[in-house]
Design a protein around this ligand. Sequence first.
Ligand code: ADE
Ligand code: ZN
Length: 318
Amino acid sequence: MVKKAELHVHLEGTMPPALVRQLAAGNGSIIDPTTFKSETEFAWNDFWHFLDCYDKAAAAILTKEDYRLVTYDYLARCAQEDTIYVEMFSSPDHAAEVGMSYADHLEGIAAGIEDAYKEFGIIGRIIVTCVRHFGPERALKVAAQFVGTPHPYVVGFGMGGDEAQFHPKDFAPAFRLVSEAGYPTTTHAGEFGGPESIRASLKYLSVSRLGHGVRAIEDAALIQELAEKKIPMELCPGSNVATGLYNDRRSHPFRVLMDAGCIVTLNSDDPPFFATSIGHEYEKAARNYYLSDKDLGNITRNAIFASFCDDALKEELL
Ligand code: ADE
Ligand code: ZN
């Protein structure tokens, strides 16, 4: 079985409906019943509705122990699919929405990483993210917390959320703060925004990776630039199909980007929302993009090279 590595998954988006309900039953939080379509499915019908559904599910995480369990549960599932390394986006803004401190949210996630490592040998690391549609001021606050609270498992900073809101340059102060403190960054760009969103993110935020970046496919010069500059792309084919960006996996340009020399990786994004997993992404990519085990192994190597962990750990993983 090919070993796998994942760089783009939202921790609050890893909970299956059963885990959301289990947490709510344990901590007394009330989850809006419209969050679910069925016992096993979330209810959403477009990207913006998905973001709203994500917020409602995330509201089930109330305590440090909840974060520990969510992290452990996800890494345990990844380990069963021969995954050796996962970089998870955490959202202090979602924690703050339910009154949890930045430190508590990190401590809970770190405990989950340690438990999963002890039991399965899988390595997890954290990318702290701000949320674009919450605005530049909140992003700067998260960046300041990030810089002021170093943690051995926190390896980088990122931004998710609605790419149509604000302009990348509005977030330059937050990203500058983080970069000047020596941390690498990534942002969602070229998911629902076009090539200009990718160009602006590279220009104003100096990110070293792209969350998605798939819409670079609309601009041949940009594809060439990404390939030449070796900017890794956190591609998420299952997510892009689920949110309606492409009609089906065959229409997704994963293979075209790979063949153009881009540094591509495979990721699940928000697995239960998009009926996927990291193992499923590898399996479906192999079939739809005619990837050999050698290709899949290279994709895993790309992810490890592009990861934000330290060099000693990269060597251990390679
Ligand atoms: N937050 C969680 N999932 C996301 C996605 N796919 N795009 C942007 N923000 C997100
Ligand atoms: Zn994402």
